[in-house]
Design a protein around this ligand. Structure first.
Ligand SMILES: O=P(O)(O)OC[C@@H](O)[C@@H](O)c1c[nH]c2ccccc12
Length: 256
């Protein structure tokens, strides 16, 4: 499996930093807020189910967002977000575990911990409702999935092609995200989701990740089968307030 080669230099550097981060000695135990039912509730209430992401910066973004993450999170929930995602990677995304704690305390929707988790002990750095596991970086995906579930976490397994999808399903993933951004070159293409989605079983909660900029993109991902949409840049860097940007994406278009 390709866990090292063919990665953008920024991604290789992120993984190196992740391996070097200290890990806590104590295990966490969490009682998660349920992500699939939060998405279903948003849909039942007539909204597009959106997981809105607090991401101060990224290898493909200029500058750092200095606004208070808790204020951003409240704006996202007020704008109809079904759940939130908080980056905890410090060196390349400006994230922190403290931010995740503060956001999770301030809202009552499920909160995803977005990070590059490579070994079991890294799971213990923070409480969250859901953790992201990136199939491409985990040789023992099944072992990490089990370790996360033992601690109470729900798990979003990220894939970006059919082969990774098969690995995720074999490992027992029940929430799968298809990342439209290719980690080999950081380029976004919404066709990635469209090509993988038809192969995902109906009983799996399916999330479209990255590159969803406007309501037309959102409608396109929903038509292709997304149960939820993970959106960062379109909400935190859009023209209006975070609340208005979120509402624009959580409001269905007439034809969707
Ligand atoms: O800002 P965007 O294009 O809306 O993307 C959000 C999210 O999908 C993206 O931040 C992401 C998807 N998978 C990741 C893995 C690690 C870090 C970040 C990500």
């Amino acid at each position: 499996m390709d866990s090292q080669g063919e990665l953008a230099p920024a991604v290789a550097s992120i993984l190196e930093a992740a391996r070097a981060r200290p890990t806590p000695a104590e295990r966490v135990a969490v009682t998660p807020r349920d992500l699939p039912s939060a998405l279903a509730r948003a849909e039942a209430a007539g909204r597009v189910p959106v997981v809105a992401e607090v991401k101060p910066t990224s290898p493909t973004t200029e500058g750092t967002d200095e606004r208070d993450p808790v204020e951003l999170a409240r704006g996202m929930v007020a704008g109809g977000a079904a759940a939130l995602s908080v980056l905890t990677e410090p060196e390349h995304f400006g994230g922190s575990v403290e931010t995740l704690d503060r956001v999770r305390e301030a809202v009552d929707v499920p909160v995803l911990r977005k990070d590059f988790l490579l070994e079991e002990a890294q799971l213990d750095a923070a409480e969250a409702d859901v953790v992201l596991l990136i199939a491409r970086f985990l040789d023992d995906l099944e072992g990490m999935l089990a370790a996360a579930r033992e601690r109470g976490f729900q798990v979003l397994v990220e894939v970006h092609d059919r082969e990774e999808l098969e690995r995720a399903l074999d490992a027992g993933a029940d929430v799968v995200g298809v990342n439209n951004r290719d980690l080999a070159n950081l380029v976004v293409n919404l066709e990635t989701f469209e090509s993988v989605a038809p192969h995902v079983p109906d009983d799996v909660t399916l999330i479209a990740e990255s590159g969803i900029a406007d309501p037309a993109d959102a409608a396109r991902m929903r038509r292709a089968g997304a149960d939820g949409l993970l959106v960062g840049t379109g909400i935190v860097r859009g023209g209006g307030s975070v609340e208005a940007n979120t509402r624009r994406l959580t409001t269905p278009m007439d034809d969707s």
